[in-house]
Design a protein around this ligand. Sequence first.
Ligand SMILES: [Zn+2]
Length: 280
Amino acid sequence: MSWLEKLVTPSARAPLEAIWAVCPACKAYVPREEWSAALRVCPRCNYHDRLTCRERIDLVTDAGSFQELNAKVSFADPLKFEDASGPYAAKAKGTVAKTGLGEAVITGTAKIDRMAVILGVMDFRFLGGSLGSGTGDRILLAAEEALRLRLPYILFSASGGARMHEGIVSLMQMARTCAAIARLQEVGLPYISVLTDPTTGGVSASYAMVGDLNLAEPKALIGFAGRRVIEQTIKQKLPDDFQTAEYVLEHGFIDHIVERKTMKAFLAKTLRYAGCRSLR
Ligand SMILES: [Zn+2]
């Protein structure tokens, strides 16, 4: 601990955190007001900080238009899984109480520039945005609703990957969600995937990458296995920008990078291009 840190007691640190935000990427101190006004985008390095699903919904939809679907669909514990930190069921219930979310994704109907859509938004606070059976159910049911109502489907991902507490059941969600999305694509309904920081593992290997359009926020971590695992496997040093949105765009994995402040306008323009019309 540095002499400065020793000087700053925990009680003195709290007001500092209220005044300053620290960019998780470049560690710059940004006045909290400026940080919020910039939608939690770092003015120095353009890192797009993680948002809660509610913040994201507010940002991309018309005010008050979001109506949640399947809010009661929640996690399952088919393996009665328990690890050194305790039972999975208890951990998940604690997360529900802490975040007020029933699962790692929230889905519903919404309007973007008065165009009706089905929207799904993942939240990293719920067990690292992991893909469990409840997450898969919600994503699949939202796709079925899009099919029934003939609406475009937009899904924002933020996930560490499959929820290993549910073993093979979590991996099955990769196929289930992709199959549901394929049904939309068969009838020509647009599916737009937006990858936010981070989108990795089983999510990047399934529904996050099968969009008619795969978008990402700047600097988002996008990949499958972690950097260290790959470096150890191929016995090579990887480039510094490996697994960033910019790197995967350059290598053809995604279609476009969209700044947070223009995301809603970009989605609206895309929907219009896909033939959607604004309702009165
Ligand atoms: Zn920064």
